[in-house]
Ligand binder design. Structure first.
Ligand code: DI6
Ligand code: FE
Length: 404
């Protein structure tokens, strides 16, 4: 008789959504069990045929659905201030440009962020992260990009790291220095990019604050040539890249990102066939941000059918930010991806688990397979479609991060 498999925790009587087979992301294991030791999964699969377990504790899931913890692979969660007043002004007819000229928009968030200490930013951002956690997130990417100068970008990234230390969630940090042009560089975008690549990135990378590098490739952001300088500097340091691409227009940013082996290209409403082919060839994930599409009342849809036909993996994220997507729920993001973009339930679930993991360059989260972190969500639902179907509500029953 083989000895019992010793582990810390066993979750029994669960309906499992393992996300382990990319061809069948909605395959459910009816009578499933998961076992974890030292925070990692050691078994996930049918109870029938599972090894005998010698467990410190056993949690009876009573037939509930158990999925990988959700992964939000694109957020601007850390920022100072609020843009609710700007929202109200826009409802009353004010244009984005007029608001920006009056000192509002992204620059108002920059000012509030620069004025905040690290502790301030942690205090202002923790409730947003808590909302994500309450909807099942166990890993959250957080970008800088509202400091737009070395000290404030550092403070944002340190606040993001502090949030990850304080709460039971994994935080992945992305340096987005090339998000917008700060007013002191008005008319001198290339000089600002010099600052990003020669001063900010080297310092922040040396401090261990940069897991990936992102940029905003857009008429109101930075040109492909400027983005390329940022990517070259990242590559020289072995740091992976990703890109805000084709959100408002087609500057062929996705193809540029793919040339640099980007983890993901994000937004993509104006993506063309050449961009899709380049992403497919490079293995670059398409991160869809339906919250921004909804909130800005965009009318051009990302080319979902062509992405699907091209075999490009699609992730879904909140894009949580004060200007274009004040959204903290991946469940609602999934509902929007289904309703607005016509993704299937299986695509939605893969988009916030296994494909989101890939968009972060991670192969140790996002699926219920041995070796992965035991980041788990137990839901008060029985069928996966209920997670996508509902608007509002809190179906999360329990959540485990690294087995705890
Ligand atoms: N795309 C967006 O939609 C946001 N940033 C970006 O690169 C807008 C951010 C803001 O308005 O604060
Ligand atoms: Fe964004």
């Amino acid at each position: 008789m083989s000895p019992a498999l010793s582990c810390d925790t066993v979750w029994s009587h669960a309906r499992l959504l393992p996300m382990a087979d990319p061809a069948r992301p909605d395959a459910v294991v009816e009578a499933g069990v998961v076992a974890a030791r030292d925070g990692r999964i050691v078994y996930a699969g049918p109870a029938d045929g599972a090894p005998a377990f010698e467990a410190g504790r056993t949690i009876d899931c009573a037939g509930r659905l158990l999925t990988p913890g959700l992964i939000d692979c694109h957020t601007h969660l850390v920022y100072g201030g609020s843009r609710a007043g700007e929202f109200e002004a826009r409802l009353a007819g004010a244009g984005y440009e007029a608001i920006a000229r009056a000192g509002g928009g992204i620059v108002s968030t920059m000012r509030a962020t620069r004025a905040a200490t690290e502790a301030d930013l942690v205090a202002m951002s923790a409730p947003r992260l808590a909302e994500m956690i309450a909807d099942g997130a166990t890993t959250v990417e957080i970008k800088s990009g509202y400091g737009l100068e070395l000290a404030a970008e550092r403070t944002m990234l340190r606040a993001a790291r502090s949030l990850g230390d304080a709460l039971d969630v994994s935080v992945v940090t992305t340096f987005l220095g090339a998000h917008a042009l700060p007013p002191e560089f008005a008319g001198r975008a290339d000089a600002y990019i010099d600052e990003v690549v020669q001063v900010m990135l080297p310092a922040l990378a040396a401090e261990g604050l940069v897991d990936a590098v992102d940029a905003f490739c857009e008429g109101i952001g930075f040109s492909p040539a400027q983005v390329e300088r940022v990517f070259t500097a990242a590559r020289a340091r072995g740091i992976p890249v990703k890109l805000h691409a084709e959100q408002l227009s087609n500057l062929h940013g996705a193809a540029l990102a793919a040339r640099y082996g980007a983890l993901s290209a994000d937004h993509l409403e104006h993506l063309d066939g050449a961009g899709i082919a380049a992403m497919a060839a490079a293995g670059t994930v398409a991160t869809l941000l339906p919250g921004a599409y909804y909130f800005t009342r965009e009318t051009v849809l990302p080319p979902i059918d062509a992405l699907r036909a091209g075999g490009v993996p699609m992730a879904i994220a909140t894009d949580c930010n004060p200007g274009t997507s004040p959204l903290t729920s991946l469940l609602l993001a999934m509902n929007m991806a289904a309703t607005l973009f016509r993704l299937t339930v299986a695509e939605c679930l893969a988009g916030v688990t296994i494909h989101a993991a890939r968009a972060l360059g991670r192969d140790d989260i996002g699926a219920l397979v041995p070796g992965h972190w035991a980041d788990l969500a137990v839901w008060d639902v029985t069928q996966p479609a209920e997670l996508v179907y509902r608007i509002g509500g809190r179906p999360l029953h329990a959540r485990y991060w690294r087995g705890r």
